[in-house]
Design a binder for this molecule. Structure first.
Ligand SMILES: [Zn+2]
Ligand SMILES: [Zn+2]
Length: 143
């Protein structure tokens, strides 16, 4: 996604905070909450405060550039938008969050209007459980 193109199309300009927040999200190794985003933003530019980060995230969300997910303890985390055919798998033990391509979401989206009389806009699937590494560790500890 080209930030400038999307912002222009939405009638907005590229500002310093927008560019920096975008860079932080684009290079993030995981889902970040607003506090973590602000910390990373401030390592680049101390002049950008948290309310500026919040405003930027709200704008990006409006333009569907970023995606907001409630993954743990209901803290809102942010990441570059990905389609809702990608679901989140969260490990209860180590807190790791993975993406998984789930074709079933596409099927669900197609079927819901007929089967449930419902027209989905956004499907957000989170699966809680245990990742392979934690599963094996747990099993090893109990033999
Ligand atoms: Zn784990
Ligand atoms: Zn995600």
């Amino acid at each position: 996604v080209e930030l400038e193109t999307v912002l222009r199309a939405g009638g907005s300009r590229v500002t310093r905070p927008r560019q920096v927040v975008w860079n932080v999200l684009s290079t993030a190794d995981r889902h970040l909450n607003a506090h973590e985003i602000t910390e990373r933003v401030q390592t680049v530019d101390q002049g950008i405060n948290m309310s500026s980060v919040y405003r930027t995230l709200a704008l990006f969300a409006d333009l569907e550039l970023v995606r907001e997910s409630h993954l743990e303890n209901d803290a809102t985390t942010w990441e570059i938008a990905h389609g809702d055919e990608v679901i989140h798998l969260r490990c209860d033990t180590c807190g790791d969050v993975r993406h998984h391509d789930a074709a079933v979401i596409k099927t669900l989206r197609k079927q819901l209007p007929a089967s449930a009389g419902f027209h989905p806009v956004n499907i957000d699937v989170r699966v809680k459980g245990t990742c392979d590494a934690c599963f094996d560790r747990h099993r090893a500890a109990h033999v």
